[in-house]
Design a protein around this ligand. Structure first.
Ligand code: NAD
Length: 332
Protein backbone atom coordinates (compact mmCIF):
# COMPACT_ATOMS: atom_id res chain seq x y z
CA UNK A 1 0.00 0.00 0.00
CA UNK A 2 1.71 3.12 -1.23
CA UNK A 3 1.15 6.50 0.39
CA UNK A 4 2.46 9.96 -0.57
CA UNK A 5 2.58 12.25 2.46
CA UNK A 6 2.45 16.02 1.95
CA UNK A 7 3.41 18.89 4.27
CA UNK A 8 5.61 16.52 6.25
CA UNK A 9 7.94 17.45 9.06
CA UNK A 10 10.64 15.24 10.59
CA UNK A 11 8.31 14.23 13.45
CA UNK A 12 5.69 12.92 10.98
CA UNK A 13 8.24 10.44 9.68
CA UNK A 14 9.13 9.32 13.19
CA UNK A 15 5.55 8.61 14.21
CA UNK A 16 4.44 7.04 10.91
CA UNK A 17 7.59 4.85 10.76
CA UNK A 18 6.93 3.69 14.31
CA UNK A 19 3.46 2.47 13.28
CA UNK A 20 4.79 0.64 10.20
CA UNK A 21 7.10 -1.93 11.79
CA UNK A 22 5.75 -4.74 9.58
CA UNK A 23 6.32 -2.58 6.47
CA UNK A 24 2.80 -3.05 5.16
CA UNK A 25 3.00 0.51 3.79
CA UNK A 26 5.49 2.10 1.42
CA UNK A 27 5.92 5.81 2.10
CA UNK A 28 6.92 8.83 0.03
CA UNK A 29 7.39 11.96 2.12
CA UNK A 30 7.15 15.47 0.66
CA UNK A 31 7.74 18.68 2.57
CA UNK A 32 5.68 20.76 0.15
CA UNK A 33 1.96 21.36 0.49
CA UNK A 34 -0.31 19.42 -1.82
CA UNK A 35 -1.98 21.81 -4.23
CA UNK A 36 -2.43 22.50 -7.94
CA UNK A 37 1.28 23.43 -8.21
CA UNK A 38 2.55 19.94 -7.37
CA UNK A 39 -0.28 17.48 -7.88
CA UNK A 40 1.01 16.39 -11.31
CA UNK A 41 4.07 14.94 -9.57
CA UNK A 42 1.88 12.39 -7.79
CA UNK A 43 2.44 9.01 -9.34
CA UNK A 44 2.03 5.35 -8.50
CA UNK A 45 0.47 5.72 -5.07
CA UNK A 46 -2.79 4.38 -3.64
CA UNK A 47 -3.34 7.23 -1.21
CA UNK A 48 -2.22 10.78 -0.51
CA UNK A 49 -1.99 11.81 3.11
CA UNK A 50 -2.54 15.51 3.79
CA UNK A 51 -2.62 17.96 6.69
CA UNK A 52 -4.40 21.18 7.63
CA UNK A 53 -2.92 23.52 5.03
CA UNK A 54 -2.88 21.28 1.97
CA UNK A 55 -5.32 22.45 -0.71
CA UNK A 56 -7.33 19.54 -2.00
CA UNK A 57 -9.64 21.38 -4.36
CA UNK A 58 -11.47 20.16 -7.46
CA UNK A 59 -8.45 20.67 -9.72
CA UNK A 60 -6.23 18.60 -7.42
CA UNK A 61 -8.85 15.87 -7.04
CA UNK A 62 -9.33 15.59 -10.80
CA UNK A 63 -5.60 15.02 -11.31
CA UNK A 64 -5.43 12.56 -8.39
CA UNK A 65 -8.30 10.56 -9.92
CA UNK A 66 -6.55 10.48 -13.30
CA UNK A 67 -3.49 9.03 -11.49
CA UNK A 68 -5.59 6.23 -9.94
CA UNK A 69 -5.24 7.61 -6.40
CA UNK A 70 -8.02 5.98 -4.40
CA UNK A 71 -7.86 7.78 -1.07
CA UNK A 72 -7.26 11.23 0.37
CA UNK A 73 -6.38 10.59 4.01
CA UNK A 74 -6.41 13.64 6.27
CA UNK A 75 -4.10 13.24 9.25
CA UNK A 76 -6.18 15.78 11.17
CA UNK A 77 -9.80 16.25 12.24
CA UNK A 78 -10.85 19.40 10.33
CA UNK A 79 -11.59 18.94 6.62
CA UNK A 80 -12.43 22.46 5.42
CA UNK A 81 -9.50 22.27 2.94
CA UNK A 82 -10.94 19.34 0.92
CA UNK A 83 -13.71 19.71 -1.69
CA UNK A 84 -15.76 16.70 -0.67
CA UNK A 85 -18.25 17.04 -3.55
CA UNK A 86 -15.46 16.81 -6.07
CA UNK A 87 -14.01 13.74 -4.33
CA UNK A 88 -17.44 12.11 -4.46
CA UNK A 89 -17.78 12.95 -8.13
CA UNK A 90 -14.36 11.50 -9.02
CA UNK A 91 -14.79 8.40 -6.84
CA UNK A 92 -12.02 9.18 -4.35
CA UNK A 93 -12.59 8.17 -0.73
CA UNK A 94 -11.78 10.80 1.90
CA UNK A 95 -11.02 9.90 5.51
CA UNK A 96 -9.75 11.74 8.55
CA UNK A 97 -8.77 11.27 12.18
CA UNK A 98 -11.97 12.36 13.90
CA UNK A 99 -10.55 12.28 17.42
CA UNK A 100 -6.92 11.88 18.31
CA UNK A 101 -6.54 13.72 21.53
CA UNK A 102 -9.12 16.37 22.29
CA UNK A 103 -7.25 16.96 25.55
CA UNK A 104 -4.11 17.97 23.64
CA UNK A 105 -5.93 20.88 21.99
CA UNK A 106 -8.00 21.81 25.04
CA UNK A 107 -4.92 21.83 27.28
CA UNK A 108 -3.08 24.06 24.80
CA UNK A 109 -6.01 26.48 24.72
CA UNK A 110 -5.91 26.62 28.52
CA UNK A 111 -2.12 27.01 28.49
CA UNK A 112 -2.49 29.99 26.12
CA UNK A 113 -5.14 31.55 28.35
CA UNK A 114 -2.97 31.17 31.44
CA UNK A 115 0.12 32.49 29.67
CA UNK A 116 -1.68 35.47 28.18
CA UNK A 117 -3.36 36.33 31.45
CA UNK A 118 -0.51 35.75 33.92
CA UNK A 119 2.22 36.76 31.41
CA UNK A 120 4.52 33.88 32.31
CA UNK A 121 6.21 34.19 28.88
CA UNK A 122 7.25 37.74 29.77
CA UNK A 123 8.18 36.86 33.37
CA UNK A 124 10.42 34.03 32.14
CA UNK A 125 12.42 36.39 29.93
CA UNK A 126 12.49 39.15 32.51
CA UNK A 127 13.88 36.99 35.29
CA UNK A 128 16.57 35.62 32.96
CA UNK A 129 17.60 39.26 32.40
CA UNK A 130 17.75 39.72 36.19
CA UNK A 131 14.70 41.97 36.04
CA UNK A 132 12.64 40.96 39.06
CA UNK A 133 10.07 43.76 38.77
CA UNK A 134 6.36 42.86 38.58
CA UNK A 135 5.24 46.02 36.79
CA UNK A 136 3.20 45.16 33.73
CA UNK A 137 2.63 41.53 34.73
CA UNK A 138 -0.76 42.01 36.42
CA UNK A 139 -3.33 39.33 35.59
CA UNK A 140 -6.81 38.39 36.82
CA UNK A 141 -8.23 35.36 38.64
CA UNK A 142 -9.86 32.86 36.31
CA UNK A 143 -11.88 31.62 39.27
CA UNK A 144 -15.40 33.07 39.04
CA UNK A 145 -14.96 34.44 35.50
CA UNK A 146 -17.45 33.57 32.77
CA UNK A 147 -16.02 31.53 29.93
CA UNK A 148 -18.00 31.19 26.69
CA UNK A 149 -17.28 28.08 24.62
CA UNK A 150 -18.34 28.03 20.95
CA UNK A 151 -18.62 24.42 19.81
CA UNK A 152 -19.02 21.76 22.47
CA UNK A 153 -17.79 18.72 20.55
CA UNK A 154 -14.83 16.66 21.70
CA UNK A 155 -12.37 19.54 22.18
CA UNK A 156 -14.93 22.05 23.45
CA UNK A 157 -16.08 19.51 26.02
CA UNK A 158 -12.52 18.83 27.21
CA UNK A 159 -11.99 22.60 27.47
CA UNK A 160 -15.21 23.00 29.49
CA UNK A 161 -13.96 20.39 31.98
CA UNK A 162 -10.66 22.24 32.39
CA UNK A 163 -12.36 25.61 32.84
CA UNK A 164 -14.74 24.06 35.38
CA UNK A 165 -11.70 22.86 37.29
CA UNK A 166 -10.53 26.48 37.51
CA UNK A 167 -13.87 27.49 39.03
CA UNK A 168 -15.17 29.34 35.97
CA UNK A 169 -18.83 29.86 35.11
CA UNK A 170 -19.47 28.32 31.71
CA UNK A 171 -21.70 29.37 28.84
CA UNK A 172 -21.82 27.46 25.57
CA UNK A 173 -23.14 27.83 22.07
CA UNK A 174 -23.48 24.94 19.64
CA UNK A 175 -25.89 24.06 16.85
CA UNK A 176 -26.56 20.83 18.80
CA UNK A 177 -26.82 20.69 22.57
CA UNK A 178 -24.98 17.92 24.38
CA UNK A 179 -26.43 16.28 27.51
CA UNK A 180 -22.97 15.64 29.05
CA UNK A 181 -22.16 19.33 28.76
CA UNK A 182 -25.33 20.25 30.63
CA UNK A 183 -24.47 17.70 33.35
CA UNK A 184 -21.15 19.51 33.78
CA UNK A 185 -23.17 22.59 34.75
CA UNK A 186 -22.59 24.44 31.49
CA UNK A 187 -25.51 26.59 30.26
CA UNK A 188 -26.32 26.69 26.56
CA UNK A 189 -27.22 30.19 25.41
CA UNK A 190 -27.66 31.92 22.06
CA UNK A 191 -24.50 33.29 20.49
CA UNK A 192 -25.32 36.93 21.27
CA UNK A 193 -25.79 36.15 24.97
CA UNK A 194 -22.46 34.31 24.94
CA UNK A 195 -20.78 37.36 23.34
CA UNK A 196 -22.46 39.73 25.80
CA UNK A 197 -21.74 37.83 29.03
CA UNK A 198 -18.33 36.14 28.59
CA UNK A 199 -15.05 37.39 29.99
CA UNK A 200 -13.22 34.76 27.92
CA UNK A 201 -14.43 33.29 24.61
CA UNK A 202 -12.88 30.12 23.22
CA UNK A 203 -13.63 28.83 19.71
CA UNK A 204 -13.92 25.06 19.25
CA UNK A 205 -16.29 24.74 16.29
CA UNK A 206 -15.21 23.62 12.82
CA UNK A 207 -14.85 26.17 10.02
CA UNK A 208 -17.84 25.95 7.69
CA UNK A 209 -19.23 28.15 4.91
CA UNK A 210 -21.70 29.60 7.42
CA UNK A 211 -19.35 30.58 10.22
CA UNK A 212 -16.41 32.02 8.29
CA UNK A 213 -15.48 35.33 10.00
CA UNK A 214 -18.02 34.78 12.79
CA UNK A 215 -15.73 36.97 14.90
CA UNK A 216 -16.07 40.24 13.01
CA UNK A 217 -16.62 43.95 13.72
CA UNK A 218 -20.27 43.42 14.60
CA UNK A 219 -19.77 40.45 16.93
CA UNK A 220 -16.80 42.11 18.65
CA UNK A 221 -18.95 45.15 19.46
CA UNK A 222 -21.42 42.84 21.27
CA UNK A 223 -18.66 41.53 23.57
CA UNK A 224 -17.68 42.73 27.02
CA UNK A 225 -14.93 45.32 27.21
CA UNK A 226 -11.56 43.62 27.79
CA UNK A 227 -12.81 40.27 26.51
CA UNK A 228 -10.11 37.62 26.01
CA UNK A 229 -10.46 35.67 22.74
CA UNK A 230 -8.94 32.24 22.16
CA UNK A 231 -8.84 30.51 18.80
CA UNK A 232 -7.36 27.03 18.55
CA UNK A 233 -9.84 25.95 15.89
CA UNK A 234 -9.40 27.46 12.42
CA UNK A 235 -8.01 30.86 11.42
CA UNK A 236 -10.85 31.92 9.16
CA UNK A 237 -13.35 31.90 12.03
CA UNK A 238 -11.85 35.29 12.86
CA UNK A 239 -11.77 38.35 10.62
CA UNK A 240 -8.24 39.39 11.50
CA UNK A 241 -8.61 43.04 10.47
CA UNK A 242 -11.59 43.33 12.83
CA UNK A 243 -9.71 41.93 15.84
CA UNK A 244 -6.79 44.27 15.11
CA UNK A 245 -9.27 47.14 15.21
CA UNK A 246 -10.76 45.73 18.45
CA UNK A 247 -7.30 45.54 20.01
CA UNK A 248 -6.47 49.10 18.96
CA UNK A 249 -9.75 50.32 20.46
CA UNK A 250 -8.91 48.51 23.76
CA UNK A 251 -12.15 46.56 23.32
CA UNK A 252 -10.32 43.22 23.20
CA UNK A 253 -8.19 42.70 26.30
CA UNK A 254 -6.25 39.69 25.04
CA UNK A 255 -6.01 37.48 21.99
CA UNK A 256 -4.52 34.00 21.84
CA UNK A 257 -4.25 32.40 18.42
CA UNK A 258 -2.99 28.96 17.53
CA UNK A 259 -4.44 29.33 14.05
CA UNK A 260 -4.39 32.27 11.67
CA UNK A 261 -6.29 33.19 8.51
CA UNK A 262 -3.19 33.22 6.33
CA UNK A 263 -1.14 30.61 8.16
CA UNK A 264 -0.49 28.54 5.02
CA UNK A 265 2.48 30.66 4.03
CA UNK A 266 3.99 30.84 7.52
CA UNK A 267 3.22 28.06 9.95
CA UNK A 268 5.34 24.92 10.30
CA UNK A 269 8.32 26.71 8.69
CA UNK A 270 11.43 28.30 10.18
CA UNK A 271 11.35 31.78 8.64
CA UNK A 272 13.83 33.37 11.03
CA UNK A 273 16.10 35.65 9.01
CA UNK A 274 13.53 36.05 6.25
CA UNK A 275 11.53 39.24 5.60
CA UNK A 276 7.90 38.37 6.22
CA UNK A 277 5.61 40.08 3.72
CA UNK A 278 2.42 39.47 5.68
CA UNK A 279 1.89 42.83 7.42
CA UNK A 280 -1.18 41.54 9.26
CA UNK A 281 0.67 38.95 11.32
CA UNK A 282 3.45 41.47 11.95
CA UNK A 283 0.86 43.91 13.32
CA UNK A 284 -0.69 41.17 15.47
CA UNK A 285 2.70 40.20 16.87
CA UNK A 286 3.38 43.81 17.82
CA UNK A 287 0.57 43.90 20.42
CA UNK A 288 1.70 43.15 23.98
CA UNK A 289 -1.60 41.36 24.67
CA UNK A 290 -1.50 38.98 21.70
CA UNK A 291 -0.05 35.49 21.97
CA UNK A 292 0.46 33.40 18.85
CA UNK A 293 1.54 29.80 18.51
CA UNK A 294 1.94 28.14 15.12
CA UNK A 295 -0.83 25.54 15.02
CA UNK A 296 0.75 23.48 17.76
CA UNK A 297 -2.26 22.64 19.92
CA UNK A 298 -2.37 19.06 18.60
CA UNK A 299 1.36 18.55 19.13
CA UNK A 300 1.68 15.95 21.87
CA UNK A 301 3.19 12.47 21.92
CA UNK A 302 -0.24 10.95 22.50
CA UNK A 303 -1.91 12.86 19.68
CA UNK A 304 0.81 12.10 17.10
CA UNK A 305 0.72 8.40 17.98
CA UNK A 306 -3.05 8.34 17.60
CA UNK A 307 -2.91 10.29 14.32
CA UNK A 308 -0.48 7.80 12.78
CA UNK A 309 -2.38 4.72 14.03
CA UNK A 310 -5.78 5.94 12.88
CA UNK A 311 -4.60 7.27 9.51
CA UNK A 312 -2.91 3.97 8.63
CA UNK A 313 -5.87 1.95 9.84
CA UNK A 314 -8.26 4.10 7.74
CA UNK A 315 -6.13 3.63 4.63
CA UNK A 316 -5.72 -0.11 5.13
CA UNK A 317 -9.43 -0.68 5.71
CA UNK A 318 -10.47 1.42 2.72
CA UNK A 319 -7.96 -0.22 0.39
CA UNK A 320 -9.20 -3.64 1.51
CA UNK A 321 -12.73 -2.53 0.61
CA UNK A 322 -13.99 -2.17 4.19
CA UNK A 323 -15.61 0.78 5.89
CA UNK A 324 -13.26 2.44 8.40
CA UNK A 325 -13.94 0.97 11.83
CA UNK A 326 -13.49 4.35 13.51
CA UNK A 327 -16.71 6.32 13.85
CA UNK A 328 -16.77 9.48 11.75
CA UNK A 329 -13.51 8.65 9.96
CA UNK A 330 -14.98 8.39 6.47
CA UNK A 331 -16.12 11.66 4.93
CA UNK A 332 -16.70 10.41 1.38
P1 NAD B 1 -16.20 17.93 16.93
O1 NAD B 1 -16.79 17.57 15.61
O2 NAD B 1 -16.13 16.89 18.00
O3 NAD B 1 -16.98 19.18 17.55
C1 NAD B 1 -17.32 20.32 16.82
C2 NAD B 1 -18.57 20.92 17.48
O4 NAD B 1 -18.84 22.17 16.84
C3 NAD B 1 -19.83 20.04 17.32
O5 NAD B 1 -20.47 19.90 18.57
C4 NAD B 1 -20.68 20.82 16.32
O6 NAD B 1 -22.07 20.65 16.53
C5 NAD B 1 -20.24 22.23 16.62
N1 NAD B 1 -20.52 23.18 15.54
C6 NAD B 1 -20.52 22.97 14.21
N2 NAD B 1 -20.80 24.11 13.56
C7 NAD B 1 -20.98 25.06 14.51
C8 NAD B 1 -21.32 26.42 14.48
N3 NAD B 1 -21.52 27.06 13.31
N4 NAD B 1 -21.42 27.09 15.63
C9 NAD B 1 -21.24 26.45 16.82
N5 NAD B 1 -20.93 25.15 16.92
C10 NAD B 1 -20.81 24.47 15.77
O7 NAD B 1 -14.77 18.52 16.61
P2 NAD B 1 -13.52 18.66 17.61
O8 NAD B 1 -12.70 17.42 17.56
O9 NAD B 1 -13.98 19.16 18.91
O10 NAD B 1 -12.66 19.77 16.83
C11 NAD B 1 -13.14 21.10 16.69
C12 NAD B 1 -12.24 21.86 15.73
O11 NAD B 1 -10.96 22.05 16.32
C13 NAD B 1 -11.91 21.12 14.42
O12 NAD B 1 -12.93 21.30 13.46
C14 NAD B 1 -10.63 21.77 13.99
O13 NAD B 1 -10.94 22.88 13.17
C15 NAD B 1 -10.02 22.27 15.30
N6 NAD B 1 -8.76 21.56 15.65
C16 NAD B 1 -7.63 22.30 15.85
C17 NAD B 1 -6.44 21.67 16.21
C18 NAD B 1 -5.17 22.43 16.46
O14 NAD B 1 -4.10 21.82 16.52
N7 NAD B 1 -5.22 23.74 16.64
C19 NAD B 1 -6.42 20.27 16.33
C20 NAD B 1 -7.59 19.56 16.15
C21 NAD B 1 -8.78 20.20 15.80
Amino acid sequence: MKIAFFSTQPYDRVFFDRENQDELFVYQFYETHLGPHIVRAVNDVDAVCVFVNDRVNREVIEVLASRQVKIVALRCAGFNNVELDAAREFGIAVCRVPAYSPEAVAEHAMAMLLTLNRKTHKAYNRVREQNFSLNGLLGFNLHGKTVGVVGTGKIGKAFCRLAKGFGCELLAFDIYEDAQIKELGVSYVDIDTLYRCSDVISLHCPLTLENKHMINRESIQKMKDDVVLLNTSRGRLIHTAAVIEGLKQHKIGGLALDVYEQEEKLFFKDLSGIIIEDDTIQRLMSFPNVLITAHQAFFTEEALTQIATTTLRNIEELLLGHEPSIDGARLV
